[in-house]
Write a protein that binds this ligand. Structure first.
Ligand code: PLP
Length: 406
């Protein structure tokens, strides 16, 4: 029989445990490079000015109420989210072969996609994630009963992409495997394929009939350019792939706690594509109903308003460039400081990597000294959230890294 006493304690989530340790550290020198959330130059959360504006407008709207959204979420939000992914003039949208549901941010979208594939993929496929990947991928896909495998991704030697290893595994993976791809700003490495490498990846996947599962949590946040950060997904859609996309608006709108995201399924082109897409939408709606009934309204109202208003949209693009620009400056600043100190090793990966994170190459032992002696908090794998750096702590952090590397 089931009793409470039979349940063993689970380990603490490493990232949320790290946040707690940081909060409890009384040092005034402490630096938080753990959680992937944008901070301004004063290490404070940043409400995007455009979000504040949309928020005010929503509060002043006399028609606002707190009714349920529909199962699929706020239609004006999902329609705009879809365009952001596929491009406003996408034939896939015109041909009605993209179906989209609003989800509990990116995590909920990954989960809904995993659940859908576990239920409807006839072969019980193996799902391949990059080594390493966002830690939550492993447990989300395992929890829905999918078989998990890894493809090589990060080369410790070059601190760049192991494209040969990746392609080799894609070639030998069972036909029709599901391949999880980070659309841009790979978490945790900050290493993305070039456009030429994406073409190679697509060619092998086509040959092996693999199913692309894109995870996009940093569109516009990575390069400051929404189209550029969606290039890989749009390329795969243009190549006629059937695929799905888990989309988060946590980072690019700063709507972390509002849980704003979407799941999209793109059917392959063909005369029956629109019908197939409507069948998929109907099945996803049933899954969604049993999981969350319907998604939360607040964040979707904000994002929906911005995405559908050309003036607000333009302001959002400015805010995206503010965030990505500051992160780029921190990358350059950190690399310059380490090079100026003659810190052993090569540091060009700090500027060639992109997005929220940098995979520094620091070892677990070095990370521990940084935490114990320098009050610098980062994950054990040497990943730093670039947004935690600012002009006030950059010198201190470079000094700390220099001291542990020597
Ligand atoms: N996928 C990746 C690769 C991420 O890095 C994140 C956030 O860190 C997410 C998905 C989902 O985040 P959220 O559920 O907050 O949208």
């Amino acid at each position: 029989v089931f009793t409470a006493a039979t349940v063993a304690a689970a380990p603490e989530d490493p990232l949320f445990g790290l946040m707690k340790a940081y909060r409890e550290d009384p040092s005034d020198k402490k630096v938080d490079l753990g959680i992937g959330a944008y901070r301004d130059n004063n290490a404070k959360p940043w409400i995007l000015p455009v979000v504040k504006k949309a928020d005010n407008a929503i509060h002043n709207d006399p028609n606002l109420n707190h009714e349920y959204l529909s199962i699929g979420g706020l239609a004006e939000f999902t329609a705009a989210a879809q365009k952001l992914i596929a491009g406003g003039d996408s034939p896939a949208i015109q041909e009605k072969r993209v179906c989209s549901l609003q989800t509990i941010s990116g995590t909920g979208a990954v989960h809904l996609g995993g659940l859908f594939l576990a239920k409807f993929h006839p072969q019980k496929p193996t799902i391949y994630v990059s080594n390493p990947t966002w830690a939550n991928h492993n447990q989300i896909f395992t929890n829905v009963g999918l078989k998990l495998a890894q493809y090589p991704y990060f080369s410790a030697q070059t601190k760049g992409l192991d494209i040969d290893g990746m392609l080799q595994t894609l070639r030998t993976a069972p036909t029709g495997s599901v391949i999880v791809l980070h659309a841009c700003a790979h978490n945790p490495t900050g290493v993305d394929p070039t456009q030429e490498q994406w073409r190679q990846i697509a060619a092998v996947m086509r040959e092996r009939q693999h199913f692309p599962f894109f995870d996009t949590a940093y569109q516009g946040f990575a390069s400051g350019d929404l189209a550029r950060d969606a290039w890989a997904i749009r390329y795969f859609i243009a190549q006629g792939f059937e695929l799905c996309v888990a989309q988060s608006f946590a980072k690019n709108f700063g709507l972390y706690g509002e849980r704003t995201g979407a799941f999209h399924f793109v059917s392959a082109p063909g005369p029956d594509a629109a019908t197939a897409s409507s069948h998929i939408a109907s099945q996803l709606a049933i899954l969604q109903r049993s999981e969350i009934s319907n998604p939360p309204a607040y964040g979707a109202r904000i994002a929906g308003r911005v995405l559908n208003d050309p003036a607000l949209f333009a302001e959002w693009e400015v805010d995206l460039r503010t965030m990505s620009g500051r992160i780029q400056e921190m990358r350059t600043g950190l690399r310059e400081r380490l090079e100026a100190r003659g810190t052993p090793g090569s540091w060009d990966h700090i500027t060639s990597q992109i997005g929220m994170f940098s995979f520094t190459g620091l070892t677990e032992g070095q990370v521990k000294i940084l935490r114990d002696k320098w009050h610098v908090y980062m994950t054990k794998n040497g990943r730093i959230s670039m947004a935690g750096l600012n002009t006030n702590n950059l010198d201190y952090f470079a000094e700390a890294v220099d001291s542990v590397v020597r």
